[in-house]
Design a protein around this ligand. Structure first.
Ligand code: FAD
Length: 326
């Protein structure tokens, strides 16, 4: 369908990926502003329930390609299925979440189709009817407006946290079943067992609330303060780098340029100064509550609410109050 926008929806067979739903919000905005139709593209096997979930959003259709070879991700089958659909339909854009899986797949899809790929976009602009894609450069010091010169479809990955999935507009869409022929696809890479590399590893990018702690906590024995707060607000615990370097928390809890990028609804920054390397990983949080004893701490520049004070006093008081009201 020319003049249309497709959004690839990742899933694990049971749940739709939250970054993909954020990308769908991006798609809804872009479709509305450019007058294009919007279609969710779902690949899988026995994933009709997920297709039905997608059909409850304000989109024109859910294109569901079912094939046993799409049950588990392989870039070979994924690329082939998507190329067949894009070649037949010729949409303007294929939006994809900037997930690890799509980082693996999208460049191959781009090479296979000979189509432009604009990665890690955070927005778009419309200029004389043309779509410009906005991406950060040099650790967000500059923003580039990217104009694609080649023929559509353009392949675009969208950074997590750029939109919020609860902004998805509800509606009703038809599910269109599509055949893809994957019989001759040769799988060159065999994926072994999928292992969680740390059993209790958290994917902070999916967390709705994060209590993040910094060097201001001073020693490991004080960590219970933040654990109690996290418990009361049902949050995951995150950290700045010094906390991880001191082994007070595992490396998978680090947030920032060399850790995870997060975009929860609520982010507590406790005893965190707000160095740029930390802020790039959390500034798309919807609401940021910073607790710091230094009124000049840069974290207050990105905070929605700032609490100036000693965390040893503020955090227990806040936990007590929240326990009463929650
Ligand atoms: P500090 O900067 O030491 O800040 C501690 C804060 O606690 C201060 O603002 C202080 O006022 C406050 N405080 C102290 N006592 C109290 C108290 N009693 N009550 C309330 N507040 C108090 N950092 C990351 O976080 N993530 C990254 O991914 C990351 N990657 C990096 C990559 C590179 C290449 C480099 C060079 C650095 C990276 N860093 C990263 C480190 C980063 O530059 C900062 O050093 C780090 O973020 C600082 O952590 P912090 O805010 O916890 O500590």
């Amino acid at each position: 369908m020319p003049e249309s926008i497709y959004v690839l929806i990742d899933h694990n067979g049971t749940n739709l990926n939250s970054a993909s739903l954020e990308t769908l919000v991006f798609g809804q905005e872009l479709a509305r502003e450019t007058g294009r139709s919007l279609h969710a593209l779902l690949l899988g096997c026995n994933a009709q329930d997920l297709a039905a979930q997608l059909a409850e959003y304000d989109i024109d259709s859910v294109i569901y390609a079912e094939n046993t070879r799409l049950e588990n991700y392989t870039f070979e089958c994924q690329c082939e299925a998507i190329s067949q659909i894009l070649r037949a339909d010729n949409p303007t854009l294929l939006l994809m979440a900037h997930t690890y899986q799509n980082l693996d797949m999208a460049p191959r899809l781009s090479a296979r189709m000979g189509k432009a790929l604009v990665s890690d976009c955070v927005g778009y602009k419309l200029s004389d009817g043309e779509i410009l894609l906005v991406r950060k450069m040099f650790r967000a010091k500059l923003y580039a407006d990217v104009k694609v010169k080649s023929e559509p479809p353009w392949l675009v990955t969208v950074q997590a946290g750029t939109r919020f999935s609860d902004a998805l507009i509800r509606g009703s869409a038809q599910v269109i079943n599509r055949q893809v022929d994957l019989g001759s696809v040769r799988i060159n890479r065999v994926t072994g067992e999928t292992v969680d590399f740390a059993k209790d590893r958290v994917d902070l990018s999916q967390a709705e609330t994060i209590v993040a702690v910094g060097r201001g906590i001073k020693k490991q024995e004080n960590m219970d303060l933040v654990r109690e707060l996290a418990d009361v607000v049902s949050a995951e615990i995150g950290a700045s780098r010094p906390v991880v370097d001191n082994d007070w928390l595992g490396r998978d809890r680090q947030i920032g340029s060399s850790g995870q990028t997060v975009s929860p609804k609520l982010y507590f920054a406790i005893g965190i100064s707000g160095a740029i390397q930390h802020v790039v990983g959390m500034k798309s949080s919807q609401c940021i509550v910073a607790i710091n004893s230094d009124r000049n701490a840069p974290i207050f520049n990105v905070a929605t609410y700032g609490i100036l004070g000693d965390l040893q006093e503020v955090v227990p008081a806040l936990t007590k109050k929240l326990r009463e009201v929650l």
